[in-house]
Design a protein around this ligand. Structure first.
Ligand code: G4P
Length: 526
């Protein structure tokens, strides 16, 4: 197969959902279709429940699971599908945002009983920012959910996207009969308590065919006719280019746990979802078919064994062909690096690979060289864009509790923040270090890992801050003036960029009014 053909058959995406909507279940069913796993229950749920937030074993277990489920690849028809897992727990939202920078499209799962939930809303905002194409899967049709038209209205209104149903449910909950495929006019009948993958599918040329009445009953058949008329009147046919531009989302209905409606979803997904796309860098666009290899690190995972400090960096390949044992240039560190054991992930299996193509995600063993956002090239010194840090929401001062272990603490903090577990700021006025996170759970993770992996101990003391915002100004003098005026609220991030530590929304507003030339950024990339 040529490189072009390898690129064209890749589909790299993430499943996003509010916790419990069915992401893990859907992932598993997709892997079953791809033949990557043989039995249900093989994919472990990658989530930390609220009740276990203080349970370190649970956190460790989570880290273990999320290495094995970080990337799951499988072959389906002639396609190579790469699913990138996103953590369900909202405290790891930043991790999810970074993972979304490494995919070309997403499937969003919505629970038909609960409709649009807060986490879905946040995740979709990130997709909209990048115009990521989205396919919607409305799950749990075997439960008494909301009316499908109401659900579609809610999705359009709450998530500010346009939708186009591709299948349509007949009945819901106890009376759920199946789905009608609006594109190829097949009727897929739901077998009650079916746990099997066998489905009964009828091909119907005419919506008035009385086989529909026989299969689902006269009332449901009539309702389906009324509904399809309405759908065709209200929703435009799917324009694939508009979907690829992020302008419209095809919608499927089904029940993941019953393996129902998944095949329609997968068939449409491989057919229309984008192949690896071009990416922006600070020197222009890189195309997948560019001959020179390039990729970026979007996730770093520490080794679970504290005796082995090495980590796994997850690299998304953007152009060219990655080859084992070849020297590549780490742009941030300005070092030549060679990888003898790059791994690929096929479902639960890890294996060493000799080469990988654009769209693929590989795991690279790393002795501490990589940072999140690092670019690897054949020598060119450019950086990929689109992997920003977001302003944290929770802050704590770090105090060293063991002066004999100062170096260990410094190293631990640096490496953990390189991994993206949290952000580290240093206050300019007094050199105090401030850790910022999006969730309280991260402080526990950091404290635990500092102790177990670096033998350092730190206390985290309360610090009431509203936000940490990156600041810039075209006029350097004005920026200096602002930094002097608010010196006790200025810190530097890990890359020595100035950040304003706002104590409240009101004080931020005051600063904006007094210094209108200063720009305040919620993201590190602007
Ligand atoms: P998540 O990864 O998005 O958090 O969700 P997950 O797949 O773990 O699913 C959450 C719960 O919803 C699970 O039940 C799962 O079995 C159930 N579920 C998934 N799809 C469907 C569906 O189509 N219909 C119904 N009725 N339930 C569905 P659980 O009780 O939390 O876990 P389990 O013991 O069943 O694994």
């Amino acid at each position: 197969m040529t490189t072009r053909e390898e690129i064209a058959r890749r589909r790299t995406f993430a499943i996003i959902a509010h916790p419990d909507a069915g992401k893990t279940t859907l992932t598993e069913k997709l892997l079953l279709f791809g033949g990557a796993i043989q039995t249900a229950g093989a994919v472990k749920s990658n989530k930390i429940r609220k009740s276990t937030t203080s349970d370190f074993m649970e956190i460790e277990k989570q880290r273990g699971i999320s290495v094995s489920t970080s990337v799951m690849a499988f072959d389906y028809k002639n396609y190579k599908v790469n699913i990138l897992d996103t953590p369900g727990h909202e405290d790891f939202a930043e991790d999810t945002y970074r993972t979304l920078s490494a995919v070309d499209s997403v499937i969003m799962v919505i629970d038909c009983v609960k409709g649009v939930e807060p986490q879905t809303r946040k995740l979709l905002e990130v997709c909209r920012m990048r115009n990521t194409p989205v396919i919607v899967f409305i799950n749990k049709l075997d439960r008494e959910g909301q009316n499908p038209f109401d659900l579609l209205d809610e999705i359009e209104k709450e998530l500010k996207i346009k939708v186009r149903p591709m299948t349509w449910p007949i009945g819901i909950g106890k009376s759920f009969k199946g789905v009608y495929n609006l594109a190829d006019h097949t009727l897929n009948l739901f077998q009650g308590d079916s746990k099997t993958t066998v489905e009964e599918i009828l091909t119907i040329d005419d919506i008035h065919d009385n086989r529909i009445d026989k299969a689902v009953g006269v009332d449901f058949a009539e309702q389906l006719r009324v509904d399809t008329d309405l759908i065709n009147g209200v929703y435009d046919p799917l324009n694939v280019q508009t979907y690829l531009d992020g302008g419209i989302s095809p919608v499927f209905f089904g029940s993941a746990v019953n393996n129902f409606g998944i095949k329609e979803l997968l068939d449409c997904f491989v057919d229309i979802a984008p192949e690896p796309r071009e990416r922006d860098t600070d020197v222009g666009t890189i195309k997948p078919e560019d001959v020179a290899f390039s990729g970026f690190v979007f996730k770093i995972h520490a080794n679970l064994d504290p005796k082995h400090r090495d980590r796994i960096a997850f690299l998304r390949i953007c152009s060219g062909v990655f080859e084992r044992n070849k020297y590549y240039f780490d742009v941030l560190d300005k070092k030549q690096l060679r990888f003898s054991n790059p791994t690929a992930f096929m479902a639960q299996q890890k294996s060493v690979i000799d080469e990988a193509y654009p769209g693929d995600v590989i795991g690279l063993y790393d002795a501490g060289n990589f940072k999140i956002g690092d670019t690897l090239t054949e020598g060119a010194a450019f950086q990929f864009k689109g992997i920003p840090s977001f302003s944290p929401e929770l802050f704590r001062y770090v105090t060293n509790m063991d002066p004999m272990k100062t170096k260990q603490l410094q190293k631990g903090l640096e490496q953990l923040t390189d991994e993206g577990v949290a952000q580290l700021f240093t206050r300019k006025a007094d050199g105090r270090r401030v850790i910022g996170t999006v969730g309280a759970l991260q402080f526990e993770v950091i404290q635990h890992r500092l102790k177990s992996e670096y033998n350092a101990s730190a206390s985290f003391d309360a610090l009431n801050l509203y936000k940490a915002l990156w600041i810039s100004c075209d006029d350097r003098n004005k920026l200096q003036q602002f930094m002097l005026d608010r010196s006790s609220y200025i810190a530097l991030d890990k890359d020595e960029r100035p950040v304003f530590l706002a104590e409240s929304a009101w004080l931020l507003q005051m600063a904006k009014e007094k210094f209108p030339e200063i720009e305040f950024h919620e993201k590190s990339e602007f």
